[in-house]
Design a protein. Structure first.
Length: 761
């Protein structure tokens, strides 16, 4: 028997809600009802729904806001929106969210049943298609497993067992079951293809005859992966591939499968990036698991400390104030054991987190951190600290220059209400108003919620006065609600006046982060991974933005994203991925009237009219300025530029992208990073900043443990700082690495530095 279609009903009118509930239940639907947005979001977190029926006008969050939030978790959700009156703006928002039908009150129950039945047919068609695709994948997996199992029995190997363990470990790590099964299929095909090449299998068809292009590309990605495998899905598949015939790697894979979520195979940095991705997608339990793993590492690091700060914020959100404070204390206890830059970044994050959860000690911590941020020339971080101290009541003027970056966007719920009420007077207030205007442009949804929940009419009226000086983009819905508040007639009139005013829209900035895991932010909202139908749609945007606005031939993109695929099929795939990327941006709130990606003739590019920022471009600009300053022997200015560039390096370029074009760029950036750390390290040594020089040497050695120049820099810096025991210990590490990795003896310079440190003891 067919499973009933699950329907979520959101209607604040109790009588109408009960009438619709009974009607739909009698018609064979499985209905869950809610009277407000918060209740709907809570119930949506249970078993999946296929259809949602919403009233637009609700107290608190309106229906379209709720729909936007839940479609972030389930982009395929079908929906019917009902309302007493429909503005043009509501209609546009509904269309942007992909609403299936739009009913205006009063409507007949027959109309509602007709709309529901039509969308239910779509849901059943999707079920049938999903079942068909699942059956095809199951058949493919069964066939590949049968073939590989037979070969393993003959050759006494256990490649099939490695594939099974990869699947267990990946599911335990929280990866999507569908993605895990697809990559397992690619891994099985890769094993069989290699068996054919080695003569174990007399005939095996090509990938074009057996696998869809996506699965064939997955096999190539596993085969060509060069980096050390981690707990990413691709990393686990690579580990399974390499474990065939290697007992040590096989044991490592088995440990991952038996203890999923254990921290043994992932770095704190990759776990922190995974956790922040999960937090952006609303998967709190999975995020907590990754953060706990990152915080459990024995070795103290910036990433471990930041994981503790994230756990602190999570604990506080759940009402565990003592637990949140304890985690903050634990994170700060590591500061003394970190390098200067890592210590400054952790202190800043801990200070901001302290203030955001209501701890006055946060201001003291930021005050103590300010001199270090100034000395390290981390101007943006220092500006964020100045702003936080100014609006927390400290006698500090707001910063002269402040860009809207990840610090502000992550803590906007703390910054915004204080900035709105900030009244220092004079030049300080003028600067604060400029900062507020930029933040309000980037975070209209968060600001609107703050204003609607505020009980003070004068506060709301003052905001509308400020809003009249800014751009109205993103605030139409707020103004429509305020225009209906009869208890505040003055507010009504101001909102009506603003609604009737014509103003040119300005889009919030698109922010691309590629130095580490790929992130895309639209204003103050990070676009969750769940919005992207495929990983290619995300990485296509990363590819385009890496070209700094220059157009790229469609043929080039087809070759990079679908190598070996027929040109006609490749162009079709490209069109689909471009459509998926545009749809993801629209669902995230990007205006429907603007094309984010432009196709001209045979080329593709990011729309040059958009305002966007890319951390890689900023990094390369700062690095270039630093090199130029070094060439002119201005070491102080070189230090400033290189230090800021180093602060942007949060990880390898697109570390979660398995494609060859990204691997090439990653290797290129790794060489650039090594060059930057070397230049900055020796610059620090020249300026007598010895702990910082050691920190840069350690970063160089994380890229190349046998870099004798880096070992020498660390030894000479330890010696100059009077820490000769550490210089001698560094020599022992260098000697061991060189012997084990390259079979070499330390250079004459290293030996000289060793004896120099030994004599100084």
């Amino acid at each position: 028997m067919n499973t009933p279609i699950r329907v979520l009903l959101l209607e604040d009118d109790e009588d109408l809600r009960e009438a619709i509930f009974e009607l739909l239940e009698e018609s064979g639907y499985a209905v869950v009802s809610a009277g407000n947005g918060e209740e709907a979001l809570e119930k949506f977190s249970g078993p999946p729904f296929e259809l949602a029926i919403f009233d637009v006008k609700l107290p608190g969050m309106d229906g379209l806001e709720v729909l936007s939030d839940i479609k972030a978790q389930n982009p395929e959700l079908l929906s019917i929106v009902i309302t007493g009156y429909a503005t043009e703006q509501d209609t546009i928002r509904a269309l942007r969210l992909g609403v299936g039908d739009y009913l205006k009150k009063p409507f007949s129950m027959a109309q509602l049943l007709e709309s529901t039945a039509r969308l239910a047919r779509v849901a059943r068609q999707r079920r049938a298609l999903d079942q068909k695709e699942q059956s095809a994948l199951d058949l493919m997996l069964w066939s590949l497993e049968l073939c590989l199992g037979s070969l393993d029995q003959l050759s006494q190997t256990d490649r099939l067992g490695a594939a099974h363990k990869m699947e267990e470990a990946a599911l335990g790590a929280g990866h999507s079951p569908a993605a895990v099964r697809q990559l397992k299929c690619s891994l099985l095909y890769l094993f069989l293809n290699e068996a054919h090449e080695q003569g174990e299998l007399t005939h095996f068809p090509s990938s074009e005859e057996v696998l869809p292009p996506g699965l064939a590309a997955g096999a190539e990605a596993v085969k060509n992966h060069q980096e050390e495998p981690d707990r990413s899905l691709l990393g686990l598949a690579v580990l399974a591939h390499r474990s065939a015939g290697d007992q040590e790697l096989s044991s490592k894979l088995a440990a991952n499968a038996e203890e999923p979520g254990g921290g043994s195979s992932g770095s704190p940095g990759s776990l922190l990036a995974l956790a922040r991705t999960l937090l952006a997608s609303g998967r709190l339990e999975a995020a907590r698991k990754a953060l706990n793993e990152a915080a459990a590492f024995e070795r103290e690091s910036l990433e471990k400390g930041l994981a503790m700060v994230e756990l602190c914020l999570l604990r506080h959100r759940e009402g565990d104030a003592p637990g949140a404070r304890e985690l903050l204390r634990d994170s700060l206890s590591m500061v003394g054991n970190l390098g200067p830059q890592a210590a400054a970044e952790l202190s800043l994050e801990a200070g901001l987190a302290s203030l955001s959860i209501g701890l006055k000690d946060g201001a003291k911590l930021l005050t103590r951190t300010m001199p270090l941020l100034e000395r390290l020339k981390l101007s943006q971080a220092r500006a964020v600290s100045e702003l936080a101290l100014a609006i927390s009541g400290e006698e500090v003027p707001p910063p002269e220059q402040l860009e809207v970056d990840r610090f502000l966007l992550r803590y906007h719920t703390w910054f915004l209400p204080r900035l709105l009420g900030y009244r220092p007077g004079g030049e300080s207030e003028k600067k604060a108003r400029e900062i507020l205007a930029r933040l309000c442009l980037e975070a209209p949804r968060q600001v609107s919620r703050l204003i609607l929940s505020h009980p003070d009419e004068s506060f709301v009226g003052d905001f509308l006065v400020r809003l009249s000086e800014w751009n109205l983009s993103g605030y139409q819905r707020l103004l429509e609600i305020l225009a209906t508040r009869k208890e505040w007639p003055t507010i009504q009139r101001k909102a009506d006046a603003l609604l009737s005013r014509e103003q040119r829209s300005k889009l919030p900035t698109l922010r691309f982060y590629s130095l580490g895991s790929f992130e895309l932010w639209l204003g103050a909202e990070r676009i969750p991974e769940v919005y992207w139908r495929t990983y290619r749609s995300r990485f296509l945007l990363a590819n385009l933005v890496s070209r700094q606005g220059r157009p790229v031939l469609q043929e080039t993109l087809v070759e990079q994203f679908w190598p070996g695929v027929a040109p006609k099929n490749g162009r079709k795939n490209l069109s689909q991925v471009l459509s998926d990327a545009r749809k993801a941006l629209l669902e995230a709130g990007f205006p429907e009237t603007v094309e984010p990606i432009v196709r001209r003739h045979d080329t593709v590019m990011i729309n040059e009219e958009l305002e966007w920022w890319h951390d890689l471009d900023h990094f390369e600009s700062l690095h270039g300025k630093g090199k130029a300053a070094l060439e002119s022997s201005d070491r102080s200015k070189a230090y400033q530029f290189l230090r800021e560039a180093a602060s942007l390096l949060k990880g390898p370029y697109l570390e979660d992208c398995p494609m060859e074009w990204a691997l090439e760029k990653r290797r290129e950036l790794e060489r650039t990073a090594a060059e930057l750390y070397d230049s900055l390290g020796h610059c620090c040594y020249t300026l007598s900043l010895f702990p910082e020089a050691v920190e840069m040497a350690e970063k160089m050695l994380s890229l190349d443990p046998c870099n004798q120049r880096a070992h020498l820099l660390a030894m000479e810096s330890h010696h100059a700082h009077g820490r000769n025991e550490l210089a001698m210990r560094q020599f022992e590490v260098a000697e061991k690495n060189l012997k084990e990795e390259l079979g070499l003896e330390p250079s004459t310079e290293l030996l000289r530095a060793f004896h120099k440190a030994k004599l100084a003891l």
